[in-house]
Design a protein around this ligand. Structure first.
Ligand SMILES: C[S@@+](CC[C@H](N)C(=O)[O-])C[C@H]1O[C@@H](n2cnc3c(N)ncnc32)[C@H](O)[C@@H]1O
Length: 160
């Protein structure tokens, strides 16, 4: 059998059809998020969408919007997320967080999270500043931003 095409993502290879089961890293991260039914959640840098789908399973009639600046990553996430997308629990958008904005009339988010995304974890400070402006505008004042394993930041306390 031919191996499926993959794309490098940091130290991970994103491969269509090979990403339906979360790694322990992702499963543990999602298990630690304070998720409740009805929440609106934003994932930044979703890659193949593994964490976004795990979150979608835990928020009942809530919704996950998962973004990635890579159209290829969003394409792979879309292929693997038909059930969640059709149920209206997951929406995928190709956009960098530095350019992200709520759509007209869209409700702000209760929770946002990012794992291993350079614009947010300090590797790219200039992009990080732009990202924080966008996140402050996209989160509710009491909404929580989780970046890797750091303490969460409240929307109103995000420094821009
Ligand atoms: C190392 S991968 C991590 C994927 C996933 N979060 C995980 O932990 O497995 C980083 C992902 O973030 C995306 N990314 C990097 N910078 C971004 C930005 N400024 N805005 C949105 N997505 C970004 C990349 O395209 C890539 O898919």
């Amino acid at each position: 059998m031919q191996p499926k095409m993959g794309k490098r993502c940091g130290s991970t290879t994103i491969a269509a059809g090979m990403n339906s089961r979360p790694s322990d890293r992702i499963a543990n991260y999602v298990a630690d998020l304070p998720l409740d039914p009805g929440l609106r959640v934003l994932e930044i840098g979703c890659g193949p969408g593994v964490a976004a789908r795990e979150v979608a399973r835990r928020i009942g009639d809530g919704k996950v919007v998962a973004i990635d600046r890579s159209a290829k990553a969003i394409g792979i996430a879309t292929q693997s997320s038909a059930t969640e997308i059709e149920a209206g629990r997951l929406e995928l958008r190709t956009v960098a967080i530095e350019h992200f904005a709520l759509e007209d009339g869209e409700e702000p988010f209760d929770l946002a999270f990012a794992m291993r995304v350079g614009a947010l974890d300090g590797r790219h400070p200039a992009a990080g500043k732009l990202a924080m402006v966008r996140l402050k505008a996209a989160l509710k004042p009491d909404g929580l931003l989780f970046i890797d394993d750091r303490e969460p930041i409240k929307g109103r306390e995000i420094r821009t």
